[in-house]
Design a protein around this ligand. Structure first.
Ligand SMILES: [Fe+2]
Length: 355
């Protein structure tokens, strides 16, 4: 089958990403986002590559944006949200509303930010001799498929002043709010941002949620210690799980598919996307704490869907009708496989013995 046939008669968004004439990878996971090949992206004066994760069901899209040494991306605005994670390089971004003040912040590897909805934005690479690369997750599929009108999406004068008010310190600071949430517009280094206790998911984990620029998209960072793994769980689709520290693997399976669990080995720079209600479980097999950034729907302030019915019970055991598998209820192969992987790496198992 020819590459373009895969998208024929599909969606407005899929046709649009094809029209961008940059590579479109169809993947369930990517071993290293820093190594994904990119091609010139004429519309933005940059380089890029789309990554289509079938598991997302067109709820979000994901792409690599790269700016050449000393380069700048052409300014644009659009009616979909975007969250940016800086994979490499350093530079600056300028944000403004038509006729309003311009605000600029500087980023480097590990920085995290959102583009406030429909603001003009432009990126600059501060280094003359090396590229800067982002991983971007956006809500373009929902918006494009709903309105199917590029003029409305890319040339819309409406100002969302509740998303960006032009104030001088817009990209400084933030505030802690209930539920381990940090409300902010810019995180300078999400890899070192202080995390808080998160007992429910096991494995001695710590976690923080980030709500950026009043977006509907949200993200969180979770870390779990050496020699441990987290509890298996499942929920709705779309979370882009990006490894930002450590090494290990994840197991993925649908209910009833325990015999066909898929194992995804990961390292810093890997990304995986569990499908709708697919169990996923993360294992740290390395010599340092493992940490991931998950970009997804599910903002506390502006949820896209109510967490109703079976999708809401993410911390309740499957034995009680929920979506988490407690350690003592696991298939014994889970613990055995983990212990074998640790032994191979010479790392001691820190999991409590199973009852
Ligand atoms: Fe999850």
């Amino acid at each position: 089958m020819k590459e373009e046939d895969k998208y024929e008669n599909s969606t407005t968004h899929r046709r649009w990403i094809q029209s961008q004439k940059i590579p479109i990878l169809t993947e369930s996971s990517v071993p290293n986002l820093k190594e994904v090949a990119v091609a010139p992206w004429e519309r933005l004066g940059a380089y890029g590559s789309y990554i289509v994760f079938d598991a997302i069901d067109d709820l979000l899209d994901a792409y690599i944006l790269e700016i050449g040494g000393g380069g700048a991306v052409k300014p644009e605005r659009h009616m979909y949200e975007e969250i940016f994670y800086v994979l490499s390089g350093r530079g600056a971004t300028t944000i403004w509303n038509e006729g309003g003040p311009k605000r600029t912040f500087e980023w480097h590897e590990g920085s995290l930010f959102a583009i406030p909805l429909n603001t003009q934005h432009q990126f600059f690479n501060a280094q003359a001799d090396s590229p800067a690369r982002f991983y971007v997750v956006s809500s373009a599929p929902l918006v494009m498929n709903l309105f199917h009108d590029n003029d409305f999406i890319f040339n819309n004068p409406y100002l969302f002043t509740n998303r960006f008010d032009g104030r001088q310190d817009f990209f400084d600071g933030g505030q802690a709010t209930p539920g381990r949430v940090w409300e902010t517009n810019f995180v300078e280094d999400v890899r070192t941002f202080p995390l808080l206790d998160w007992k429910e998911r096991g494995g001695g984990g710590i976690n923080r949620r980030f709500e950026l620029a009043n977006s509907t998209l949200t993200c969180h960072v979770s870390q779990f210690p050496v020699g441990t793994y987290k509890k298996a769980h499942r929920h709705g689709p779309g979370a882009n799980v990006i490894i930002i520290a450590g090494q290990g693997y994840s197991m993925l399976w649908k209910e009833g598919g325990e015999k066909d669990r898929v194992r995804v080995d990961w390292n810093v720079g890997s990304v995986l996307v569990p499908a709708d209600m697919e169990f996923h479980q993360h294992f740290n097999t390395g010599a340092e704490p493992a940490k991931y950034l998950a970009i997804r729907w599910g903002s506390r302030n502006y949820p896209l869907f109510k967490k109703v019915g079976e999708r809401g019970k993410v911390y309740i055991s499957v034995k009680d009708g929920g979506n988490q598998i407690e350690y003592e209820d696991e298939d014994p192969i889970i613990r055995k496989t983990f212990e074998e992987a640790l032994a191979k790496n010479g790392v001691e198992c820190k999991m409590p013995p199973l009852k």
